[in-house]
Write a protein that binds this ligand. Structure first.
Ligand code: DGL
Length: 360
């Protein structure tokens, strides 16, 4: 059927109008979506194995952030997502300089009015330390979510894609604001302060003795509790004022403990030493004098425990008041080290340090 020119022109105009309004509707919908920035640092979530059967043998930190995001088109229904490759490393190789650089970038993005939430993809080995560090020093109420995976994306039943989808969901959620830095792994929303990697090759690796804050299922958050310790906007620490982190190291308690490690760290000039003691943070009799001497040199001694759960009781296994030592409360040694470094940027007073360990 031939259409007369005027009618064809009118039809074209109608179609063009329709397409234009559809395109502007899509643009308006996308503009209305929350904007989530994904900062990629490496790890298994960016890993690749030789075959799909390699769920535990693979190379970490291979897949760039744009490929990670391109592999997850479902994100388009959750948020407007942009990606930045901050590092591409396995997280066991994180240094204090990596922490500072990442923290500065997160802080800068959190100040941008056009950024609603931030996701950090990270290796799982030290994910808990980075999450706690950001929880202490980034002054924002906007959702910050750290996420990793236990299997590379090339593996059968890989967990990274859903973990990342969940992380963007939470980071795009208004109800995730003000809850501190969060970690989404294995359908759970964990507190960056409380969570630790507790199993080295299972997808349900991340646990907190105080339990998750909630769950995220099919794009929806279900909250069951909120953190009570100080964090983010309510912190006295600010990454924008921290340009270096002091040397803080960890010694491990065990049967036949000796003082070689303590003496070596003393010579190296640590500013604080975390003692990961047996039981309730016990210190072997043969190590007490070395720790007292360290304190005498002005180095802070902080009693944590190699036992993962519970909390170190002040003046129980050791006379902390008498020795002027600090206890790490419920913080595992690696987290106690993070808090000690941040706290020492503000004070070297042991009573102030103990207050900080109670509050954060
Ligand atoms: N090399 C470890 C890391 O980057 C891999 C573990 C993981 O990311 O799950 O932390």
């Amino acid at each position: 059927m031939r259409i007369s020119p005027p009618a064809a022109t009118a039809a074209h105009r109608w179609l063009a109008g329709l397409l234009l309004s559809a395109a502007s509707a899509v643009a308006m919908a996308q503009a209305a979506q929350p904007h989530v920035v994904v900062l990629a640092t490496g790890g298994t979530i960016a890993g690749a194995g030789a075959s799909a059967a390699n769920s535990a043998t693979y190379a970490a930190a291979k897949v760039p952030v744009d490929k990670l995001l391109a592999g997850l088109p479902e994100l388009a229904s959750v948020a407007r997502v942009s990606g930045e490759q901050v590092f591409q490393i396995a997280s066991e190789s994180f240094t204090n300089e990596h922490l500072l650089k990442l923290g500065q970038r997160v802080s800068a993005l959190s100040k941008q009015a056009d950024v609603d939430g931030i996701v950090i993809t990270h290796g799982t080995d030290t994910l808990e330390e980075t999450a706690y560090f950001l929880n202490l020093v980034v002054r924002t109420n906007k959702p910050i979510v750290v996420v990793g995976s236990m299997r590379p994306g090339t593996a059968l039943s890989a967990d990274g894609a859903l973990n990342l989808y969940d992380a963007v969901t939470v980071a795009a959620s208004k109800d995730a604001a003000g809850k501190g830095v969060l970690v989404t792994m294995n359908d759970e929303i964990q507190s960056g302060r409380d969570v630790s990697k507790t199993i080295n090759i299972k997808t349900e690796a991340f646990k907190s003795q105080w339990g998750p804050l909630g769950m995220v299922v099919e794009g929806k958050n279900y909250w069951f509790r909120a953190p009570v310790k100080r964090h983010t906007a309510n912190s006295e620490f600010n990454i924008d004022e921290i340009h270096a982190l002091p040397a803080v190291d960890i010694v491990y308690g065990y049967s036949n403990m000796n003082t070689t490690g303590i003496e070596a760290y003393s010579k190296a000039g640590v500013k604080a030493l975390i003692h990961a003691g047996t039981g309730n943070g016990s210190v072997a009799a043969q190590a007490v004098d070395s720790l007292k001497a360290l304190r005498g040199k002005g180095v802070q001694v902080i009693r944590s425990a190699r036992v993962p759960d519970g909390f170190v009781l002040r003046n129980a296994e050791q006379p902390d008041d008498k020795y002027d030592w600090v206890v790490a409360h419920d913080l595992r040694p690696q987290k106690a080290r993070i808090l000690a470094m941040v706290a020492l940027t503000k004070t070297n007073d042991s009573k102030e340090l103990q207050r900080i360990f109670w509050e954060y």
